[in-house]
Design a protein around this ligand. Structure first.
Ligand code: FE2
Ligand code: FE2
Length: 165
């Protein structure tokens, strides 16, 4: 049996994943507007990945016989101060999500909910990858700096496929 407390916490995480999805969809729109189609594409993939995360949590609740409650999604920001600002905010947001996942794990340990712990381990590993890939992009942007570098990085990020991370 999954506890009511665990179900409520996972439902909140489902909202957090959809919030993340919409933050990245907003960033994708910002990049489209800024004529950076590669970065827009990268953010669209990121959006799709966050929806998959939400669904993974939803499926866990269904498998455990619990009820999913879809909550309101927060309206994302529209204005940013260039690509470096966007990716720095992305890293900050991912660090926030990592902290949320760790809190969920703390609760699952407290509740002796081994099935949820096993499911959460995937997310803990995923967050390490997410933070690492965004940190690498920030480093490239800081190194490459000017518009020529941004153009090159835009082309590179445009090659992100659906299943690379
Ligand atoms: Fe996520
Ligand atoms: Fe994420």
């Amino acid at each position: 049996m999954i506890s009511k407390k665990m179900v409520a916490a996972i439902n909140d995480q489902i909202k957090a994943e959809f919030d993340s999805a919409f933050i990245y969809l907003g960033m994708s729109a910002y990049f489209e507007d800024s004529d950076l189609p590669g970065m827009a594409h990268w953010m669209r993939k990121q959006y799709e990945e966050e929806v998959e995360h939400a669904e993974k949590f939803m499926d866990h609740l269904y498998e455990r016989g619990a009820t999913v409650k879809i909550q309101e999604v927060a309206k994302p920001k529209e204005k940013y101060d260039g690509p470096l600002d966007v990716f720095k905010e992305t890293l900050k947001h991912e660090q926030h999500v990592t902290a949320l996942i760790h809190k969920l794990m703390d609760l699952a340990v407290e509740e002796k909910d081994y099935a949820t712990q096993s499911m959460l381990q995937w997310f803990i590993d995923e967050q390490v990858e997410e933070e690492a890939s965004v940190t690498a992009i920030i480093k490239s942007l800081e190194l490459l700096g000017g518009s020529g570098g941004i153009y090159m990085l835009d082309r590179e990020l445009g090659r992100r496929s659906g299943d690379d991370d």
